[in-house]
Design a protein around this ligand. Structure first.
Ligand code: FAD
Ligand code: NAI
Length: 517
C-alpha cells in the first residue's frame, strides 16, 4: 500500500507539473512582449501572402534586419493538408488556422500586418498597390507602398480550364470557405433527399457526390466523405445512407500519379472496398446545376445526375502573377508560373523573391516545398541585410574619403602625417569590407524531400517515404497513425495542435455534427 501511495502521489505531482507547464507556455504565447519599433534606417521588406511559404519565412526571419510589412487578403495561415477533414466536420474550421499576428507579435521588431489584396506589383518603381476588399471599408481602402525587397508568395488559384459551369455550380477545396461551403451543401443534399415525397430517382441524384480530380486533394476528400457516411450518416439517416454514392473522376489512367504504383493499386482496391467508384480516363466536360457531363474513355459523352460536384482538378497562377510576369516578358516566359534562380530571386526583377505555388520550378507545388523555400529565404535575407550594411559602410567611407582635405604645403608635418594616417585607415577598412563583400555568396536552395503522405479513408493512409537512396511505400492503419502524428507535429502552434487533437477525440466520442449551418 505504501508503494501505491507513492505511485499515486508521483502521478498527481507529474499531472500537476504537466498542467502547470502547459498553462505557462500558453500564457507566454498569449502575452507577447514589447517589440522594437520600425527603424527608418532599415530597408523595407514587403511580404505578399500568409500561406505556407510566407508563414514559414516569417517564423524564421530575423525582423531586426528590416521593417517588415505583410499584406494578405486572409489575416491567417491555413493548414491545407487537413482541409478535407473540415469539409466533413472531423475538424472545426478554426482548429486549422493560425492568425498571422500570433506569429508576428512574437518577433523582435514590430511587423505591420495588413489585411488586403495586392492588385499590382511594379517591378521597375518597386511598389505594391493593395486594396481592402473586405465587407467593411474605411475612408481609405486602396494605397501604394514602396519596397526595397519583396517576397512574393501569393500561391495559386483553382484551375477550371474554363470548363462551362465549374465556376457556377461546383464547390472547390482550396480555401477554408470552400470546405465550409461543401459541408453545408453536402448536408443540404442529404436533408433535401429526406424531404417527404421525393421520388427515388431524385433521391439518387441528390445523394450522388462527384469529386473531380484524382490528385491527393480529390482522393483525400473522397476518403473523408466515405468516413462521414460510414461513421455518422448511417446512424442518423438510416433510410438514406445506403443510397449515398461517391464517384471520383480522373482524366489520367490512374489516380495519385505522384505515388508509387503499389500505393496507387492499394488505394484503388481500398476505394473499391469502400464502394467509392473511380472513373479513370474520364474527363469532365461540363458541370450543370444537377449533373456532370463526362467524356468516357471510349470518347462517348454521358450526362450523370448528381447533387454535389467538388472540383479538385489542380491549380493555375493568379491574375496578379500573370500581370507581374507580363511586365518582364524577356525573363518570365514560363506559363506555369514565375521563373526564379537558385536563390529564389525572380528573374529579370530587382529585389523580388518568389516562393511556393506561384513559381515554376522543378519541384511539385506542395506545402513541403513552399515552407522549405520560405525558411531558406529568411536565412538569405539575413545575409543580404549584412551585405547591405557592409555596402552602406563602404559607400560612407568612399564618401568620407572624397571629402578628406588635401594635404597642403602650409600644413604642419604632423597634420600631413595625420591626414595620411586617416587615409591609410580608411583604405584598410575599405579593403577589409571589400574582402567581406566578396565572400558574400549565399548557398543555393536545396530541397529535402521528407516523403509524400495521403489519407484514403477508413483510418488508412498511404506513404512514400525516402529511405537511404530508395523509397519505402506503406499503406494501412499504422501509416494512418503516422500520418496523424506527422501532421500534428507539423502544425505551426501548440494552440493548433491542441485544437486538432481535441477535435479528433471529440469525433471519436460523439461523432461528427450533422447540423447544417
Ligand atoms: P498558399 O499557402 O496558398 O498561400 C498563398 C497566400 O497568399 C494566402 O495567404 C493567400 O491568402 C495570399 N494571397 C492570395 N492572393 C493574394 C494577393 N493578391 N495579395 C496578397 N496575398 C495574396 N501540400 C503538401 O505538401 N502536403 C499536403 O498534405 C497538402 N495537402 C493539401 C490539401 C489541400 C486541400 C490543398 C488545397 C493543398 C494541399 N497541399 C499539400 C498543397 C499546399 O497547400 C500548397 O502547395 C501550399 O499551400 C503552397 O504554399 P504557398 O505559400 O505557395 O501558397
Ligand atoms: P493535382 O493537380 O495533383 O490533381 C488534379 C487532377 O485532376 C489531375 O490528376 C488531373 O488529371 C485531373 N483533372 C484535371 N481536369 C480534369 C477534368 N476535366 N476531368 C477529370 N479530371 C481532371 O491537384 P490537387 O490534388 O489539388 O493537388 C495540388 C497540389 O497540392 C499537388 O502538387 C499535390 O501534390 C499537392 N497536394 C498534396 C497532398 C498530399 O501530399 N497529401 C494533398 C493535396 C494536395
Amino acid at each position: 500500500s505504501r508503494f501505491l501511495t507513492i505511485l499515486g502521489r508521483t502521478t498527481l505531482i507529474t499531472l500537476f507539473a504537466g498542467a502547470g507547464g502547459f498553462y505557462y507556455v500558453t500564457q507566454l504565447d498569449r502575452n507577447p512582449g514589447t517589440q522594437l519599433p520600425f527603424d527608418p534606417e532599415k530597408k523595407t521588406l514587403v511580404v505578399l501572402g500568409s500561406g505556407w511559404g510566407t508563414t514559414s519565412l516569417l517564423k524564421t526571419l530575423d525582423t531586426t534586419d528590416y521593417n517588415v510589412v505583410v499584406i494578405s487578403p486572409k489575416n491567417f495561415f491555413l493548414f491545407t493538408p487537413l482541409l478535407p477533414s473540415v469539409a466533413v466536420g472531423t475538424l472545426a474550421p478554426r482548429s486549422i488556422i493560425q492568425p498571422t499576428r500570433y506569429i508576428t507579435r512574437h518577433k523582435a521588431r514590430q511587423v505591420s500586418v495588413i489585411e488586403a489584396e495586392a492588385t499590382d506589383v511594379d517591378p521597375i518603381n518597386k511598389t505594391v498597390t493593395f486594396v481592402d476588399n473586405s465587407d467593411i471599408k474605411g475612408a481609405v481602402s486602396a494605397t501604394t507602398i514602396s519596397y526595397d525587397y519583396l517576397v512574393y508568395g501569393v500561391g495559386a488559384e483553382v484551375q477550371t480550364f474554363n470548363i462551362p459551369g465549374v465556376q457556377k455550380h461546383a464547390c472547390f477545396m482550396k480555401e477554408l470557405g470552400d470546405a465550409e461551403r461543401m459541408q453545408r451543401e453536402f448536408m443540404d443534399c442529404v436533408e433535401t433527399a429526406a424531404f417527404p415525397g421525393q421520388d427515388s430517382k431524385e433521391v439518387d441524384r441528390l445523394l450522388h457526390m462527384v469529386v473531380v480530380g484524382g490528385g491527393p486533394t480529390g482522393v483525400e476528400l473522397s476518403g473523408e466523405l466515405h468516413d462521414f457516411l460510414e461513421d455518422d450518416l448511417k446512424s442518423w439517416y438510416p433510410e438514406l445512407a445506403g443510397k449515398i454514392r461517391i464517384t471520383l473522376v480522373e482524366a489520367l489512367p490512374s489516380v495519385l500519379p505522384m505515388f508509387s504504383k503499389q500505393l496507387i493499386n492499394y488505394t484503388e482496391s481500398q476505394f473499391k472496398e469502400s464502394k467509392i467508384e473511380i472513373l479513370t480516363k474520364t474527363m469532365v466536360k461540363e458541370v450543370k446545376e444537377k449533373s456532370v457531363v463526362l467524356q468516357m474513355p471510349d470518347k462517348s459523352i454521358v450526362e450523370v445526375p448528381c447533387g454535389l460536384v467538388v472540383w479538385a482538378a489542380g491549380n493555375k497562377g493568379r491574375k496578379i502573377t500573370q500581370d507581374l510576369m507580363a511586365k518582364l516578358p524577356e525573363d518570365q516566359t514560363n506559363r506555369r508560373g514565375i521563373t526564379v534562380d537558385d536563390y529564389m530571386q525572380m528573374k529579370g526583377a530587382n529585389g523580388i523573391f518568389a516562393i511556393g505555388d506561384c513559381t515554376a520550378t522543378s519541384y511539385a507545388p506542395t506545402a513541403q516545398v513552399a515552407s522549405q523555400q520560405g525558411a531558406y529565404l529568411a536565412r538569405v535575407l539575413h545575409q543580404i541585410a549584412r551585405r547591405d550594411a557592409l555596402q552602406a559602410r563602404l559607400d560612407a567611407l568612399e564618401k568620407a574619403e572624397a571629402h578628406l582635405p588635401p594635404a597642403v604645403s602650409t600644413d604642419s608635418t604632423e597634420a600631413i602625417a595625420a591626414a595620411a594616417d586617416d587615409a591609410k585607415k580608411i583604405e584598410a577598412e575599405k579593403e577589409e569590407l571589400k574582402r567581406q563583400l566578396a565572400k558574400f555568396k549565399p548557398r543555393p536552395f536545396h530541397y529535402s524531400h521528407q516523403g509524400t503522405l495521403a489519407y484514403i479513408g477508413s483510418d488508412k493512409a498511404i506513404a512514400d517515404l525516402p529511405f537511404m537512396n530508395g523509397n519505402i511505400a506503406s499503406g494501412g492503419v499504422a501509416t494512418f497513425l503516422f500520418w496523424r502524428s506527422a501532421y500534428l507535429s507539423t502544425l505551426f502552434s501548440l494552440r493548433n495542435r491542441t485544437l486538432v487533437a481535441t477535435d479528433w477525440i471529440k469525433v471519436k466520442l460523439f461523432g461528427r455534427d450533422v447540423s447544417r449551418e
